[in-house]
Design a protein around this ligand. Sequence first.
Ligand code: SF4
Length: 244
Amino acid sequence: MGLLRLDESIRTVSPAILFVHSLEQFCGWAIFYNNRKNGDSSIIPSSYCMTSLISLINEAHACTLCAEHLPLGPRPVFQIHESARILLASQAPGRKVHETGIPFNDPSGDRLRAWLGVSREIFYDARQVAILPMGFCFPGTGKSGDLPPRPECALKWRAALLSHLQNLKLTLVLGQYAQAYHLPNTGASLTETVRAWRKDWPDIVPLPHPSPRNNLWFKRNPWFEQELIPVLQARVAEVLKRDG
Ligand code: SF4
């Protein structure tokens, strides 16, 4: 159960009971639901949050909000389950991921799984690992690689989906776009932000994007794989073991 959060949907608060009208906004927060039409109060069923999340997932999968900007059209790619303990906050699908519809099903994913020390089986188990890019659809390619994630996407979907992840123990923030959202007050550059990885340890860890396009960065920053990756693997193993 989360901390009490003030919201315009709250109609009445008593020391023991929080009455709300909008269950959608209080998954994981509210204790009792007060039906104002017939006066009944009841505990929110535990299945409610999952049902609500499934509706949200279906809505997001059908999204066409920024279709006019997407060269290959909308194909939202993400994975989420309310029991996930690890969140991969990433950038946007590349062309190969767009084609397969499987997140990180590319060389970036191979490197990321090696960093985490997990198999594909664990990586693609949404009950353990949620994968939410800043933009769910392939944004197209520019002169120096893929374009940034579409800004409409996080505004439309991110807060609502994240609100269902009540069991997170570890958030990995991959690349500058996800870091601008999840770690807005850290370093001026990606290197500075990743260098300061101990700041929010062990809950939130900034990482560079694992794309082969960043090979030069990895070469210039050997401390990253020598210093951070071993402790990250131990932390991931600890989180997943507790899940077990
Ligand atoms: S990138 Fe996001 S906002 Fe745009 S169409 Fe895909 S899901 Fe919708």
